[in-house]
Design a binder for this molecule. Structure first.
Ligand code: KG4
Ligand code: ZN
Length: 337
């Protein structure tokens, strides 16, 4: 097979990342500069601050990615970059850098959808993975069930109507006083709690024949529960709250993704996005997958969180189909899959 080397850039939220990926599956470097410590002070990502910080580090991150991969710009076949969805100011930093580089080197530019990137992390982790399969993309900004029909060919089966799963984790964690980002903290605390202690609501839209999600109801129920306890002077068991909240979220994610497999007759589920690191989600999917003969695939945690290697993989599969983006490509904060 012809060897194709992609330099990729990701800056859609609070990670500035650059990677060098060969043939969509082999990562030569994946440099990630995270702004988490800065945004922690504000309890969430501040868009203006994120853009400025991307600008400060992007050149260094790209140079490090080339150096660590032991390649020069001459060895690169194409430049992949996230152009949406995400924070517009943050996206523009990576996109403008990539466009400048593409113009100077006369290499093709390939715009990548961030969600497609998350799904593609699975091609890096699982070298034999080929479509068709179902992907569950769960991150701080997105919750999607996607039927991956072929490389770059997607059908969205379900999505959240309000909060993303990770967003609900972050908001509940904040209410529990656990800090940002809240997902990993709830995951850890929940291990000490009883998942059946409190019956938080689970939104299902089965009667509408959709596999959409809603997490604002469960989030509000947790906040109400905490407020009520505070007003009554009752001390809450935080571990029980965390475990019960997590149980409500994980059970709808799990049920809807297995229903998709049933509907489409598929036997592989590839999880993606920051929440894919959640241990309860992993355990629940693996255990039901074993029962139903459905294979569950996860990327390593470093490929679950925002990173440029996943963008390089997605860009490769577009590149070999002959796709190329124009140098007029603009950032699309609400880009659809
Ligand atoms: O994919 P990601 O790094 O960034 C976005 O594109 O949003 O996802 C970050 C999200 C945050 O909401 C974070 O709280 C959540 O992923 N997260 C987790 C865990 N690790 C990260 N949520 C639950 N359990 C975890 N172990
Ligand atoms: Zn992401």
């Amino acid at each position: 097979m012809d060897k194709k080397t992609i330099l990729s850039i990701e800056s859609s939220c609070d990670e500035t990342s650059a990677a060098v990926v060969v043939n969509g599956r082999e990562v030569l470097s994946n440099i990630i500069s995270t702004q988490i410590e800065t945004h922690k002070k504000f309890g969430g990502v501040v868009p203006e601050v994120a853009s400025r910080m991307h600008t400060e580090v992007i050149n260094e991150v790209v140079q490090k990615a080339l150096k660590e991969a032991n390649v020069t710009l001459e060895d690169i076949d194409a430049i992949g970059v996230t152009y949406g969805p995400g924070l517009v100011g943050a996206l523009l930093v990576g996109l403008q850098y990539a466009k400048g580089l593409a113009m100077a080197t006369k290499k093709p530019l390939i715009g990548v959808n961030h969600i497609e990137g998350h799904i593609s992390a699975n091609y890096i982790q699982h070298k034999d993975l080929k479509p068709p399969f179902v992907s569950l993309v769960v991150s701080g900004g997105h919750t999607f069930i996607v039927y991956v029909k072929d490389y770059g060919v997607y059908e969205v089966i379900g999505q959240t109507r309000d909060d993303a799963a990770g967003e609900a984790y972050d908001k509940v964690a904040r209410a529990l006083g656990l800090g940002y980002p809240g997902g990993p903290k709830i995951d850890k605390l929940a291990k000490e709690g009883n998942p059946y202690a409190i019956d938080f609501p689970r939104a299902r839209f089965a009667h509408e024949e959709t596999l959409d999600f809603s997490f604002s109801g469960v989030k509000s129920a947790v906040l109400n529960y905490l407020n009520k306890a505070k007003m009554q002077g009752i001390e809450v068991n935080k571990a029980d709250v965390a475990a019960s909240f997590q149980n409500a979220v994980v059970s709808v994610l799990k049920d809807n993704v297995f229903l998709t497999c049933e509907k489409k007759g598929l036997d592989k589920i590839a999880i993606a996005g920051g929440v894919a690191s959640n241990s309860a989600l992993r355990e629940a999917l693996i255990s039901e997958g074993e029962e139903k003969g459905i294979k569950i695939l996860f990327p390593a945690p470093i490929l679950c969180t925002d990173n440029a290697a996943m963008i390089g993989s997605a860009a490769y599969f577009r590149f070999i189909k002959g796709e190329e983006s124009s140098l007029d490509l603009n950032a699309k904060p609400n880009l659809k899959l």
